[in-house]
Design a protein around this ligand. Structure first.
Ligand code: FAD
Length: 387
């Protein structure tokens, strides 16, 4: 279905909309791909996103005139909440989440014509080339450089922690275009096809034995000057413009809730759910998650009203990820001996992925701005402490 022919979703009452999304996922999304313990690869989950593309649901966050669902903030939250609730796996979705909105907001008409349709059709899969070996939290310290050469830029440098770069055929890259300017001022934003000479991707094997993160090496990579988005040296502004909505998703109670569900399953399987010590622990964790959900709702209301999110939203990410880690730890303890086994582990009458929540929780305090950086934001911008 062409997204422009899709219903006016925003005209539906919120609960009807929620029900439509929920029923579709429950009827069609395969059980074996719910709550995977790692990001799935395109060869595993691509069939689902091709289907999303066909029914016009691939870009819920894009305006209808550009082929998206055009959801308002309240509907968009519901859309993602339902996906999280059902444990739907993401894919290499940076084209949908970042490149599309950026081009719609800051690209030229020609860039929009060239790139957007192929993101919607899933022909182009994108990854995010921001972080570098010595530029993560201090991203503005990045060293990858792009030098103008006639109608092209020549890019040299290295990116790291690039999620699903092995799936992607395009990468968006922040690169320094003015060495003499102040840190943030000399950076530009480039769209770079990956199947060309000079690009090498090396997967990184993580502690769980998965390889969804990668290093990306760029050696004399040539891109047309037309692939620069916005004005030269405006890349930092572009990157910041993209940060808005993800901050509320990172702080949603979805992951603590999911871990709590796994904890309940493990306790049931081991017959300890009525043990007073366990019941007390579970109640305490559950109350914490409820508090978190109430805090999340306060920010949801702000987003729904279309107001800018205040800086204290940083606390949501801290609460969410640290509670996720605390619950994931308890899953391992509750599983007894099975807590040392990865993958689906026979427990009681069924199977549980005991280490799944742990492996997902571990990096959550790092990506999307580390928790230390979020605490700095709170100290500086909310508490107004001297820093
Ligand atoms: C699962 C995962 C997926 C990722 N995917 C991508 C991706 O697709 N593309 C991409 O570009 N990047 C990606 N990243 C990288 C991520 O953005 C960085 O890891 C993050 O910005 C932190 O940078 P760093 O790892 O270099 O750590 P550093 O910035 O070196 O920090 C190391 C430690 O020092 C602390 N620290 C640093 N500065 C301060 C400070 N000023 N005050 C207090 N403490 C401080 C940090 O909190 C951290 O604990 C991903 C990371 C993870 C974990």
């Amino acid at each position: 279905m062409n997204a422009e022919d899709s219903p006016d979703w925003n005209a539906l009452p919120d609960e009807d909309f929620r029900q439509r999304i929920r029923s579709y996922l429950e009827a069609h999304y395969p059980d074996q791909f719910r709550y995977p313990s790692r990001r799935l690869f395109w060869h595993e989950i691509g069939f689902w996103y091709r289907r999303m593309s066909e029914i016009g649901w691939i870009a819920p966050n894009w305006p209808r005139e550009h082929g998206g669902m055009g959801l308002d903030p309240a509907k968009l939250l519901i859309f993602y909440e339902e996906h999280e609730r059902w444990g739907v796996s993401r894919f290499a979705d940076m084209g949908i989440l970042m490149v599309g909105p950026l081009l719609i907001g800051h690209g030229t008409p020609e860039q929009r014509r060239q790139w957007l349709p192929k993101i919607l059709s899933c022909e182009h899969l994108w990854c995010q080339g921001y972080s570098e070996p010595n530029a993560g939290s201090d991203l503005a310290g990045l060293r990858t450089e792009a030098v103008r050469d006639g109608g092209e830029y020549v890019i040299n440098g290295q990116k790291i922690w690039t999620t699903l770069a092995t799936d992607a055929n395009h990468i968006f890259v922040l690169a320094r275009t003015d060495r003499d300017a102040k840190k943030q001022a000399g950076i530009s934003f480039f769209l770079v096809p990956m199947q060309q000479p000079g690009i090498r991707v090396r997967p990184i094997r993580d502690v769980a034995g998965h390889s969804e993160l990668c290093e990306v090496f760029l050696e004399n990579v040539r891109v047309p000057a037309a692939n620069l988005v916005g004005a030269p040296n405006e890349g930092w502004r572009m990157a910041k413009a993209l940060l808005g909505f993800e901050r509320i998703f990172l702080g949603a109670p979805k992951y603590p809730n999911y871990a709590l569900g796994v904890l309940a399953r493990v306790a049931q399987a081991r017959g300890i759910q009525d043990d007073p010590a366990f019941a007390q622990l579970f109640t305490r964790l559950r109350m914490h998650v409820e508090d978190h959900a109430a805090c999340y709702e306060r920010f949801v209301e702000i987003v729904k009203r279309g107001e800018p999110v205040p800086p204290d939203i940083s606390m949501l990410k801290i609460i969410s990820t640290e509670s996720f880690q605390a619950i994931a730890d308890q899953v391992i303890r509750a599983a007894g001996e099975a807590g040392q086994l990865s993958g689906m582990v026979p427990l009681g009458a069924g199977e549980v992925d005991v280490l799944g929540p742990f492996f997902r929780a571990l990096p959550s305090t790092i990506y999307g701005g580390t928790n230390e950086i979020q605490r700095n934001v709170l100290a500086r911008e909310v508490l107004k402490l001297p820093t």
